[in-house]
Structures are given as structure tokens and as C-alpha cells.
Design a protein around this ligand. Structure first.
Ligand code: OOG
Ligand code: NI
Length: 474
């Protein structure tokens, strides 16, 4: 578990994820119900489809799935975002991707903090979708200045969290005792605060500008707003939710149900209306409500190449233009049917997805390949396609580890309460996001392409004549 006396970053991440899950389960009991439901559905899915277990094992490991979670937070300032990046780095989580949500009327832009390499992902893939409020999109200059002043006053990290973060950066890691203290200290940042730090009137004005602005500005910290388990059968989970007292949103976001799942499908239940207290300025409290925290489940499929993704974006846009999903869910079935028809064109078997360069695959030796390698290997001439044809190499889809902007917008919207917020006219501003973050997020496509290429190099290397295997793979 440790390197040079330091706790491994994956171990820190797994423990942090588990601690967060325990905290959220106490705060939002419906999350616990969802976990139990998903665990049952995953066990049934693996039992009824032994090939699925084999496929998951070949790529990201079937064991990781029961512990797999993603969460989301929204921060208010560049400094908060940059510090969040340094805190997550201590746990081996790094920013990947840039998501512009303004296109969907949400005044934020975002990245996902997650582990990058396959070993870290297999150990624990915990990710946090992290949004930065676009405060520049508050039209009223007085309200904008007020929001900025409120945010400038708050401290979302404890002194211990900051001190241990700096120690980890300086020394290269944290020993066991400090690791435990770090996890406990960082958890405080994600905790729910039922006491707002602004008065009722300020909250109302922020809320009128946009619900999300009130959510980010009015509290002491960026409470975790959901924690999402991964299911192997989202349609079964969606159908089972009402029986467990949970009402899901009407439409599953993302691609339709398919034989070979691609990208990411998600569904959520509505945010709870929770009691909060506003300071009245005289030492008392004014009672009110705030809706922020919800539940979500996800099913992950194959990561698509840029060509595959372009095709996905095109078909999704066509489906949404053909039958625009109504906010109240009234045409959910018509939309889901139309989505299915629209995607009928998108190849739904791994061989075609691979042949057309639409998805990324992980290559490994088959049993026959292992036997050939053990028998001394041979001069490989035909490349990877030839080895597949000869039954020596197999390919399995690489699981998509990231998020989808249109889906994320749907999740945000379904949880901001009823009624669309004011429309927002703004462009993406990646440069401003990177300046705030203090780094450029990694390119998700480059990460998948590198994993695929590395798996091909390993296959070719392992099948070489045994005498020539001491040279580095390449
Ligand atoms: C984040 C919503 C996006 C997802 O899974 O796409 C998201 C938020 O509501 O803060 O979590
Ligand atoms: Ni989510």
C-alpha cells in the first residue's frame, strides 16, 4: 500500500470515496437505498451474462464496479478551483476535459477530476465533476459585486487540509497518520451546511438571478450535490426505482439502450427540498428551504474515438430536434423511442465499431496467443489485425471514464427545480477556465488513444521471438 513510507494515492482516493459515501448516506438516506438497489441489479446482471464479467475483467476489472462512484461540486472562485485541483492531486485525481454548460443555460463551466492511468482507474476510479460558477454572467453589476464579496470572505478548506496538502506537495506524499487526518479534513469541505451564510433577502436575489448562483454563493462550502453508483443495467434500475420509493427523471440521458453500450447513460432523482436557516442579523434564524442534493445512477460503455463521438453528437442532436424532450417528462416514451430509431444507424457490434474506427479497444492475448508466446513466439508480420484473425489476440472496449455535456445539462436542469431559469447568452471560455484552474485539463481522447496503442505494443512484444523480448516494448 505504500511507497517510501507514503500512503499510495489510490489508497487515499479509495478511502476518501468510501468516507464521502458514508457521509452522504447519512445525509441523504435515499442514496443508501439506491446503492442497495444497484448492488442487487449488478449481481443479477453478472449472473445472467457471464460474458459481461469476462469483458469487464479484460479491461477495467469487475471488482472496481461495486465501489465505483462519481460526485459533483460547484465552486465559486478561481482560488477555490485551483486549490481543489491541488487537493485532488494528493489523491491521484487530475482534471480531464472541459465542459461548457452555458450552451444549455447553466452559468458554469466544468472539468472532471479523475485518475488517469489504467492501474489507478482499476484500483479506484472515483471522479468528481467540478463546476466553476461563471460569475461574469450575473447581469446586474451590484448583485455581481455582492456575490464576489461574499465568496471572497469564505474559506472552504480547513487549515489542516491546506497544511497537509502543502506537506504532500513538498515531501511527495503523506504517511499513514497524516493520510487519515487529510481525508477527515478534506471531507469537511464537502459537508452540507443547513445554515446559509447570507440573509434571506440576499438568497432570494441570488436565486432570482439563477438558482445555481444561490446554491454556490449562499453557503459556507461546496456541498457534494450527488454521488453516483455505476450500474450494469440502467434500464432495470430505472424500472425498479419507483418500487423503492424513488421517482427517477423521465428520460435516461445519453445514448439509447444497445447491445454494445457506448459512452455513458445516466438517470437521476429530483433534488430534495431541505430546510435551511438564514441569519436574521440579530442572532436569530429565518427558516427557509433549498433544493440542491439529489441522487443519480450511471451505466458506462465503450469510449468513442473523435469520429465516433462526432457521429454520436450528430445523432443525439437529430433525435432531440425530432422529438424535443419535454421538461415535465410528458413525452418521455416518444423521445426514447425516437432516440432508439435515430441510433439504429450506429454500428452495434464490437467488430464493426473497431473496423470503422468508432471506438477504442484494449488488445490482449487469447489463450492461443499465450500458448504461442510461451512456445517461443514468432516473427509477427501482419500486424494486429492479422493476429486477431489468427485467434491470437482479442479486443475489448475501453470503458468511457468521462462525462457528456448534453447529459450533464439534463442532470443539472432536472435538479434545479421546476421551471427553466433565465436564458443565458454566452460563449464557452476555456482560456478563463484554465487560468482559474491553474492548468490545462488533459485531453480525454489522447488518454484513450494512448491506452489502446500501449495494449497493441504489449501484444506485439509478447509474441516476438523469445530471444528478442528484452528490448523495450515498442
Ligand atoms: C453536475 C451535473 C453533471 C453528470 O453526471 O453529468 C453530472 C452538477 O449538478 O453539479 O454530475
Ligand atoms: Ni453526475
Amino acid at each position: 500500500m505504500s511507497q517510501n513510507g507514503f500512503t499510495a494515492t489510490s489508497n487515499l482516493r479509495a478511502r476518501f470515496c468510501a468516507a464521502m459515501s458514508r457521509m452522504y448516506r447519512n445525509e441523504v438516506p435515499a442514496y443508501g437505498t439506491l446503492i442497495e438497489l444497484v448492488n442487487g441489479i449488478n449481481a443479477a446482471a453478472l449472473e445472467s451474462d457471464p460474458a459481461l464479467a469476462g469483458e469487464l475483467d479484460a479491461t477495467d476489472g469487475v471488482d472496481r464496479i461495486s465501489e465505483e462512484r462519481h460526485g459533483a461540486i460547484r465552486v465559486g472562485t478561481a482560488e477555490e478551483l485551483a486549490t481543489m485541483r491541488r487537493i485532488f492531486a494528493v489523491m491521484g485525481m487530475h482534471p480531464v476535459g472541459y465542459y461548457d454548460l452555458t450552451a444549455a443555460g447553466i452559468p458554469v463551466h466544468s472539468t472532471a477530476f479523475r485518475p488517469l492511468d489504467p492501474a489507478a482507474l482499476a484500483a479506484n476510479p472515483f471522479r468528481v465533476f467540478t463546476s466553476l460558477l461563471r460569475i461574469d454572467l450575473i447581469d446586474d453589476p451590484d448583485l455581481r459585486a455582492e456575490a464576489e464579496a461574499i465568496l471572497a470572505r469564505r474559506r472552504i478548506f480547513t487549515d489542516d487540509a491546506l497544511r497537509l496538502m502543502e506537506q504532500a506537495e513538498r515531501e511527495g506524499g503523506l504517511g499513514e497518520e497524516d493520510a487519515a487526518a487529510f481525508i477527515a479534513a478534506v471531507l469537511e469541505t464537502f459537508r452540507w451546511h443547513p445554515r446559509a451564510c447570507v440573509d434571506r433577502d440576499t438568497y432570494d436575489r441570488l436565486h432570482d438571478a439563477h438558482r445555481l448562483i444561490a446554491d454556490v454563493v449562499s453557503f459556507r462550502g461546496p456541498h457534494i450535490n450527488h454521488l453516483t453508483p455505476r450500474t450494469l443495467d440502467i434500464d432495470a434500475a430505472q424500472a425498479a426505482m419507483p418500487g423503492h420509493g424513488i421517482t427517477p427523471k423521465a428520460v435516461v440521458e445519453g445514448p439509447p439502450k444497445r447491445r454494445c453500450p457506448i459512452l455513458l447513460r445516466q438517470t437521476s432523482f429530483k433534488a430534495l427540498e431541505e430546510p435551511v436557516g438564514f441569519p436574521d442579523g440579530k442572532g436569530g434564524v429565518v427558516k427557509g428551504h433549498h433544493t440542491a442534493r439529489f441522487g443519480e445512477i450511471e451505466q458506462r460503455g465503450a469510449a468513442l474515438t473523435p469520429q465516433g463521438r462526432a457521429r454520436y453528437d450528430e445523432l443525439l442532436a437529430a433525435a432531440r430536434a425530432g422529438v424535443p424532450p419535454a421538461a415535465d417528462g410528458s413525452n418521455a416514451q416518444a423521445y426514447m423511442d425516437h432516440l432508439g430509431h435515430t441510433f439504429a444507424d450506429f454500428p452495434d457490434d464490437h467488430a464493426t465499431l473497431r473496423a470503422r474506427g468508432l471506438a477504442y479497444f484494449h488488445y490482449s492475448l487469447t489463450g492461443a496467443g499465450e500458448t504461442a508466446a510461451a512456445a517461443g513466439g514468432f516473427e509477427v508480420e501482419g500486424g494486429i489485425d492479422d493476429l486477431i484473425e489468427r485467434g491470437l489476440v482479442r479486443f475489448d472496449p475501453i470503458v468511457y471514464e468521462d462525462f457528456l455535456p448534453v447529459s450533464a445539462a439534463g442532470i443539472f436542469q432536472s435538479n434545479l427545480g421546476d421551471g427553466a431559469g433565465p436564458t443565458i447568452a454566452a460563449d464557452a471560455n476555456r482560456a478563463a477556465f484554465e487560468a482559474a484552474l491553474g492548468a490545462a485539463p488533459a485531453d480525454e481522447f489522447a488518454l484513450y488513444a494512448e491506452r489502446e496503442a500501449a495494449s497493441i505494443r504489449t501484444c506485439l512484444y509478447r509474441l516476438r521471438p523469445a530471444g528478442r523480448r528484452s528490448a523495450p516494448a515498442g
